[in-house]
Design a protein around this ligand. Sequence first.
Ligand SMILES: [Zn+2]
Ligand SMILES: [Zn+2]
Ligand SMILES: [Zn+2]
Length: 334
Amino acid sequence: MSTSSPATPSASPRTLASWYASVSPVLENVIDRPRKHRSSERVIPILGVPYDAVLAFVRFLYSSSCTEENMEKYGIHLLALSHVYLVPQLKHRCTKELGQRLTIENVVDVLQLAKMCDAADLYLKCLKLVANHFKVVETTEGWKFLQDHDPWLELDILQFIDEIESRKKRARKHREEQRLYLQLSEAMECLEHICKEGCTSVGPYDMEPGHKRRPCSKFSTCQGLQMLFQHFATCKRRVNGGCLRCKRMWQLLKLHSSMCDEPDSCRVPLCRQFKLKMQQEKKRDEARWKLLVKKVVSAKTISSLSLPKRKREEELGEARSTTPPPNGIRSFRL
Ligand SMILES: [Zn+2]
Ligand SMILES: [Zn+2]
Ligand SMILES: [Zn+2]
């Protein structure tokens, strides 16, 4: 590249020097270096890049623009040049455009270049693409070349994939737990509602017998609980006999009692007894139990805060239309 570029024949070397200085501090340094002869031309060799890519680069220095065609053909070269000669506008443009043109075939090459050029956004974008399509990416020439020539970068990429996977797993686990706590919180509501007002054919003993009530809005959960209640009232084996359904009921009643603020006036069976028992016995698993209570209470709040109203209604609708499992609330794994 020469400072007496034919693109601007009328400009003096001094004007050109200050122009380069304004777009690239690296070029400014090269141009300002003392020369042997005052009249000699300043030549800056640029090697390893196609001639047309250098031309597109110089054009950008003068016009601050680059055609789509040049970007398509020489995007990676222009990124390298903009990094080496510190031309931030061009680097920004290349990073953005290369990010939009990523393919399975070119992603590993672009990733290596992005790392060399400290283009963090582009590097991350490449990593994500590799992580999401690793099975295909690992069959490309680019990946094989990387394995042979840069095992440290290969390790970085594999670690990134591993972190993404474990993050996904953690998120999935968290979502499943939240769903369970939400189910438990709904079961607690149904428990109180069955014992207070009754629902369809199950209700408090002092309520008018044979009085059929309409199914409530949470009937899929409520019906499971009603079946559990009916079983609990008639089972011969009970909890001590090893009956799992009775044990489940027992745990739901205990959970209710832990959350109940009015055990004296509460109509849920065994609420007061559980409260007293828990106060007397400082059990070893008390902390774990308290944590469960806290999670069940907060699950409802979290879900009502994080879902927009329409979504919430849709979810409720779905829940209502789901038939309950045959043995009631099998999904509660207490
Ligand atoms: Zn109900
Ligand atoms: Zn039983
Ligand atoms: Zn209670």
